[in-house]
Design a protein around this ligand. Sequence first.
Ligand SMILES: NC(=O)C1=CN([C@@H]2O[C@H](COP(=O)(O)OP(=O)(O)OC[C@H]3O[C@@H](n4cnc5c(N)ncnc54)[C@H](OP(=O)(O)O)[C@@H]3O)[C@@H](O)[C@H]2O)C=CC1
Ligand SMILES: O=C(CO)COP(=O)(O)O
Length: 335
Amino acid sequence: MVVLGAGSWGTALAALSARNGVPTRLWGRDAAALAAIAQTHRNQRYLPDVELPPDLRCESDLATALRGADIVLIAVPSHAFASMLAELEPLLDADSAIAWATKGFEPGTGRFLHELVAEHLPGRATAVVTGPSFAREVAAGLPSAVTVHSEDEAFARQLAGLLHAPNLRAYSGSDVLGGELGGAMKNVLAVATGIADGMELGLNARAGLITRGMNEMLRLGMALGARPETLIGLSGLGDLVLTCTGDLSRNRRLGLALGRGVAIDEALRQIGQVVESVLTADEVNRLALKHGLDLPISAAVHAVLHGEVTPVDALRRLMAREQKAEYPPGLFRTN
Ligand SMILES: NC(=O)C1=CN([C@@H]2O[C@H](COP(=O)(O)OP(=O)(O)OC[C@H]3O[C@@H](n4cnc5c(N)ncnc54)[C@H](OP(=O)(O)O)[C@@H]3O)[C@@H](O)[C@H]2O)C=CC1
Ligand SMILES: O=C(CO)COP(=O)(O)O
């Protein structure tokens, strides 16, 4: 297996796979950082507390990293996903399978990552790895559960089997779009609960936002063809709860800072790692518009992130919305 992207999640996944006895290479774009990881068995910038397995190979030359790879697992941020695929196109072995653990959409188009993979690297086995999994906890060997979705169910089971470990339950499924949607959208909703907690609005507000956020995920997911069981599974509800409540979440931390009155640029500078919601909020908004859906919490996060409203005004607007039924009729009807 080759893992592309030597940030928090790529490093944690590569360590997991190597500890499972799977021959694993980790590729990153920063040759000096890779050399330091190889020498010290630590990723000082992204996972400083974790000792990496000694047999994890680090490789900064992409062509060398990819040679002979049976599975290529991409863990770069969504803004780098398309360019990563373009780099892979001329280098990849004909029979290498492609998986990704990135959460987000193509910035500017709202296209799902599986659509980009199908365009750039058609005709291969593909899968998304997703679910509630803070890199720090997985890397530290704390109990976690993830899920692998692929149209090729045998490949989903194969990849889940490679990741499954004494303290990591890896499930499999076949709803790629549903798995991707939950993992992307929860980042936007985590900003909303972070803002509420940063403003010290209380635990009722947090639970209300998580649940109404879930409602938004269900409505967009059903409109796009996701399966409801995926959305209430690990990749949807599971990751939503984790990211909305766990302070390890960078998206939640962005919301906390905004709710406390910190400017967005300063908040992002302090976090110092990828915060996917900043781009994903635009794409959720785009998809909602395209499908004629009113997703008020996601829209409020979008407006706050663009500086169009203050967190206080966004809350006032949410609370002033018309009273209505909790669910639209026929939400779970798929035909
Ligand atoms: N961290 C987590 O707990 C989890 C993260 N994810 C998802 O995984 C993805 C990656 O996140 P994460 O690892 O946490 O992010 P980090 O901020 O920890 O690391 C980002 C990594 O991506 C690299 N990178 C950035 N741009 C490019 C590029 N153009 N080409 C190649 N590499 C690039 C960075 O390199 P450099 O250091 O040189 O800038 C860095 O190594 C995101 O979509 C995230 O949502 C999913 C589940 C859990
Ligand atoms: O996706 C994650 C956990 O499942 C990580 O969340 P953040 O990107 O908000 O840190």
